[in-house]
Design a protein around this ligand. Structure first.
Ligand code: ADP
Length: 506
């Protein structure tokens, strides 16, 4: 068998290709950013053709720079930004519209209407999700209502829907020339169209959004020995490689962090934050604003479920300091700027740019900066931004403990923001539990590689993967209980001030 496994990680801001060896160590990578298309306030789009071209490019470059070829890959996995919605023509391969990204809020009316009648409860029960702009179904409904001719093409099966994994798998396996139209249980669980218990598209959920079944991909396990097909000789790998892993990015990170036992959890700090807690083979319903989602399904084994706390804006608030306010030149400088002051100087920043996600789910919220006095400067704002990342995590951890009864003894962290030492120290302080980071920080790509490799026997069992995990860094809490309680109390007051801002007049 070949010595390596490859993974495409198609994220919100960039696409990367990584290659791992049997020890889970990185041996190759290349990464490219793609355009964020912002046509109006609240709208966020990506060009699916650009994403496919970047995917081709990162695969080709990573392999040629490392001197590896497709023959060195035992299998290939795909992981992706979740919920982002693509519709394309099966015959031509052309998208009907830009992809509508998970952060996009254009469907707020569609989402609000669901909660005004009994549909909201049915969706919570069947899909495990609260009505919100975040998920794919409302985005697909919007496209069906706003793109001329799309509904008829969808009903005839000529126009098809997919999350970004489906779009890439279809293209990797030949596109218009025999491409496989597939997705996995984790991605399907974010559409709001899949029943969490049957793991199939649900006719009642489809009817809520007017979605024709003919548009939908086949749902497969996340590690699938049968595979999602093989890459084509005329594609970026220039030969056939088995595609045997597919998971949404946060589920992939859960696998990459080897959270295989019920009660284990990871928190990924990227554009947003996503905390997933493994709850075992039964879905646990949330009463505190978390999502119930599929964590992974390996081959013929039963699916494993998770409770998830999704936070829309964390690392992207740091980008906002850089791009919109211009107070830092790059994300890394947020740390040096925040270190210029001892504390937040009374300033709290709640970056509710897309409303508030978990555990509040308030699309009427918008961002606030409160507690300002003449004394405050950009350093206080930088510190408040890092604290906001950590306080939002605390909100989710509290909800998780209430829903599951599991008390975290350590938080496993990964993602771009974990490069910020100060932010991770504040996280340990705000939570009162240690924060731990693994040696391989690219847990998302690693998890997709793990799924693909498990499916073909490159790794024999999850125990082998657990043996690959090791800690690189740990932050211990330093605040007193009093400090912790006072800070969190202020944060809660700041959150209250974001609510009820967007009304029907908007
Ligand atoms: P994604 O996969 O969601 O695109 P990444 O895990 O690559 O995200 O992380 C990128 C995010 O992390 C960006 O929003 C960026 O602002 C933030 N970030 C990167 N480095 C730092 C840092 N040193 N301090 C604070 N934020 C950072």
């Amino acid at each position: 068998m070949a010595d390596f496994v490859g993974a495409v990680d198609q994220g919100t801001t960039s696409t990367r290709f990584m290659v791992f060896d049997h020890g889970g160590r990185e041996v190759a990578r290349h990464q490219l950013e793609h355009a964020q298309i912002l046509p109006r306030a609240g709208w966020v789009e990506h060009d699916p053709v650009e994403i496919w071209e970047q995917t081709r490019a990162v695969v080709e470059t990573a392999l040629s720079v490392s001197g590896l070829g497709a023959a060195d890959l035992a299998a290939l996995g795909v992981t992706n930004q979740r919920e982002t919605t693509v519709v394309w023509n099966r015959r031509t391969g052309r998208p009907y519209h830009n992809a509508i990204v998970w952060q996009d809020t254009r469907t707020d009316r569609i989402a609000a209407a669901l909660d005004r009648d009994a549909r909201g409860g049915t969706i919570r029960r069947k899909a495990g999700l609260p009505p919100a702009t975040y998920f794919s179904a409302g985005k697909l409904q919007w496209l069906l209502e706003n793109v001329a001719g799309l509904r008829a093409a969808g009903e005839s099966g000529e126009a098809v829907f997919g999350t970004v994994d489906s779009w890439l798998l279809w293209n990797l396996t030949g596109g218009p020339d025999g491409g496989q139209h597939v997705t996995d249980v984790t991605n399907a669980s974010r559409t709001m169209l899949m029943n969490l218990e049957t793991l199939d598209w649900d006719d009642e959920l489809l009817s809520f959004f007017g979605v024709p079944r003919a548009m939908l991909p086949r749902i497969r396990p996340s590690a699938d020995p049968v595979g999602y097909g093989v890459t084509r000789a005329d594609g970026p790998l220039h030969r056939e490689v088995a595609l045997t892993g597919d998971l949404g990015d946060q589920q992939a990170a859960t696998v990459g962090q080897v959270c295989f036992t019920p009660g284990s959890a990871k928190n990924t700090y990227g554009t947003g934050n996503f905390l997933l807690l493994n709850t075992g083979t039964e879905p646990v319903r949330s009463n505190h604003g978390l999502l119930t989602t599929v964590a992974y399904q390996f081959g013929a084994q039963p699916p494993v479920y998770a409770l998830e706390g999704s936070i829309a804006v964390t690392g992207s608030a740091v980008q906002w300091l850089r791009d919109q306010l211009g107070v830092i030149a790059d994300a890394e400088r947020s740390e040096a700027l925040a270190r210029q002051v001892e504390d937040n100087g009374g300033v709290y920043f709640v970056p509710a740019f897309s409303g508030l996600f978990a555990p509040y789910w308030r699309s009427d919220a918008r961002g606030v900066i409160v507690g300002l006095s003449r004394y405050n400067n950009a350093a206080h704002l930088a510190r408040a931004t890092l604290e906001a990342i950590c306080y939002q995590t605390r909100d989710v951890v509290e909800a998780m403990e209430q829903d599951s009864g599991v008390r975290l003894d350590v938080l496993r962290a990964d993602g771009g923001v974990t490069a910020n030492e100060l932010c991770m120290q504040i996280q340990a302080d705000v939570l009162g539990v240690p924060v731990s980071k693994p040696v391989v920080a690219e847990t998302t790509a690693l998890g997709a590689a793990y799924a693909a490799g498990l499916a073909v026997g490159f790794w024999k069992s999850t125990d082998e993967l657990v043996g690959n995990w090791s800690e690189a860094r740990r932050w211990e809490p330093q605040w007193t209980g009093e400090q912790r309680a006072a800070g969190y109390g202020r944060w809660k007051k700041a959150v209250a001030r974001t609510l009820d801002w967007i009304g029907p007049e908007d």
